[in-house]
Design a protein around this ligand. Sequence first.
Ligand code: S3P
Length: 193
Amino acid sequence: MTSTPDPSGQSSAPRHGVFLIGFMGSGKTSIGLVVSRMLGWRFEDLDVRIQHRENRTIAQIFSNFGESTFRRIERQALLELLQEMQSSPMVVALGGGTAVQADNLDVLQRSGFPVAFLDATVDELWRRCLPFAGDRPLAKDENQFRQLYEKRHGIYMKAGTRIDTGGKFPEVVASELIARLQLTNAQGEVKSS
Ligand code: S3P
């Protein structure tokens, strides 16, 4: 499929898929599920896919094999998903670190699918992650969490579209995302959330 670059750095076509990026706790999964329901597109969560593929939790992969192995598996799973997106409309929630690894963001942008950066204040992100700290190896220490957010923010910002999720319900953010990226299904319809 060919695509035409536009001034935002993203491509004008195709539009039958979208990538959600952002820090841990930014709502990629909860918002992605609503977007997929509204458009009737398939939903894929990269972390869930990795866990099925490896038959281990993300925390186990980190503790048994280390982060660099996790990143290799993540990259492979991302490339597989990209392949599948060519034939199946899809909303893809990436892991918090996916877009900041090596040239992953470049791969996403060259794919022609829009990339949306979901953001909130680091205070809110930390609060949202607290109940699930055991599931997230990189959300165990508040200072490290804050430093990592600062370090990554500039890379996330390279996505053409930043959406503030602070204090908003997933349905509200999903509608905003669909409107801003002008996403529609094959029939040109969007269901209400
Ligand atoms: C990570 C975020 C996690 C998961 C892994 C690493 C990160 O995904 O991929 O723990 O590097 O920020 P979520 O953003 O869905 O929590």
